[in-house]
Design a protein around this ligand. Structure first.
Ligand code: PGA
Length: 259
């Protein structure tokens, strides 16, 4: 719940021109931004303006996402917004199951499954967020917990659909201003189990939670981490570009994002 229309437009316009000026920031990197629903259409419009950073045949090099969408296409769901509606506003990705949605808005493994299905049905990319609370980590049960979330949401998907999914592992205890940045040692096992199950099956495995310019490189170097999901540190264009620069320099085919 950040950024007004004006702020979101300014960010998108600034990002397009920075990428035009510094195409090396796109080296091996697929950037995405996930603004609030109110700003989707305006940001799409900014990104659609022709720029030297465009990818031939596809337009902007930056992918646009929605932070949530309902699983039904339309109907009596006052206050909700569907996948066809976010697609109509320009979204290409749909973020599903962020821990704040699970904690405050009753998102369950079953609703994440329905949303993944709807997103794929409409040709968009699901960005499934998974992650355990602190108590689960303290009990040493992270692997089982996050596999349960991922398997539940992705159950029954044929290989060609699974291959379009992005998974962001975000331990709840590491997210936001109240969060504690994870150490690389704490991320090793979760990425080991996620890689065993999903590497090569999904589009990419991302890490999120207190990512910053200070720790982005060490996060990207953890085996199994293929990209980043960045909140606060990328709210400013300068912060976003700093992290993009780090990702581009690693030479991995990374994905980085801003919510
Ligand atoms: P953060 O947020 O990078 O500010 O911790 C991550 C998120 O929104 O999930």
């Amino acid at each position: 719940m950040n950024k007004t229309l004006r702020e979101a437009r300014a960010f998108a316009a600034g990002l397009s021109s920075a990428l035009q000026e510094h195409p090396e920031l796109l080296h091996g990197v697929q950037p995405f931004i996930i603004p609030p629903h109110t700003a989707l259409a305006a940001v799409a419009e900014e990104l659609a303006k022709p720029s030297g950073a465009d990818v031939p045949g596809r337009g902007s090099a930056v992918r646009l996402g929605a932070q949530n969408a309902h699983w039904e296409d339309d109907g009596a769901w006052t206050g909700e917004i569907s996948v066809p509606q976010v697609a109509d506003a320009g979204a290409e990705l749909v973020e599903i199951g962020h821990s704040e949605r699970r904690e405050h808005f009753g998102e369950t493994i079953e609703t994440t499954r329905l949303k993944v299905a709807s997103t794929l049905r409409h040709g968009l990319v699901p960005l499934l967020c998974i992650g355990e609370p602190a108590q689960v980590q303290e009990r040493g049960e992270t692997a089982a917990y996050i596999l349960d979330q991922a398997r539940g949401a992705l159950r029954g998907l044929p290989a060609d659909q699974l291959s379009r999914v992005l998974i962001a592992y975000e331990p709840i205890w590491a997210i936001g201003a109240q969060g504690r940045p994870a150490t690389p040692a704490e991320l090793r096992e979760p990425f080991e189990v996620l890689s065993r199950e999903y590497a090569g099956q999904v589009q990419a495995l991302l890490y999120g939670g207190s990512v910053s310019p200070e720790n982005a490189l060490e996060m990207l170097l953890i085996p199994g981490v293929q990209g980043l999901f960045v909140g606060r540190a990328a709210w400013t264009l300068q912060g976003y570009l700093q992290i993009l620069r780090i990702a581009a320099a690693t030479g991995k085919p990374e994905v980085s994002g801003l919510q």
